[in-house]
Design a protein around this ligand. Structure first.
Ligand SMILES: [Cu+2]
Length: 149
């Protein structure tokens, strides 16, 4: 039950403070975590392949696809334990293309593109896999271990 208790103050703040409700939750303290998606001679990868998060901290997952084909990040079990603030896609000049809000489990990233996924973990989790579920990619090695403390 403890993880749920930790989540309550976050939600309360989001509801009572209009500025935060618009997506500025913990903006000053966002921790950037870059996850590179690509292929190598050994197959396909997520780099780094071990990730650690803490409940109540705000993160920006910077999904960088360095490949010439589409990849994705599926949070799987972790998706049930994080609050997604928003997904943000921008053009090469940094102009906003799309901001997506709501509960999200998977994000596909086009070849050579980057997408920012803003999350706040709200519940602890033992090591669990995030994966690329595109056909053949998981088998080729596209997985990373994620833990929420
Ligand atoms: Cu992939």
């Amino acid at each position: 039950m403890k993880p749920f208790i930790a989540a309550v103050p976050l939600l309360a703040v989001a509801i009572t403070n209009p500025a935060l409700a618009e997506g500025d939750l913990s903006r000053e303290n966002v921790v950037d975590v870059t996850i590179e998606l690509g292929s190598s001679d050994d197959g396909m990868y997520m780099k780094p392949d071990v990730l650690e998060f803490e409940t109540g901290k705000a993160y920006r997952l910077i999904l960088v696809n360095v490949d010439e084909i589409k990849h994705e990040v599926a949070l799987n079990e972790m998706g049930e334990r994080v609050f997604t603030r928003k997904i943000e896609a921008t053009d090469p000049d940094g102009n906003l293309i799309a901001e997506v809000k709501g509960h999200i489990n998977e994000v596909e990233v086009g070849p050579g593109k980057t997408v920012d996924w803003y999350i706040v973990p709200v519940q602890t989790m033992e090591a669990s896999e995030i994966t690329c579920e595109l056909p053949g990619h998981l088998e080729a090695g596209m997985r990373a271990s994620a833990t929420i403390k």
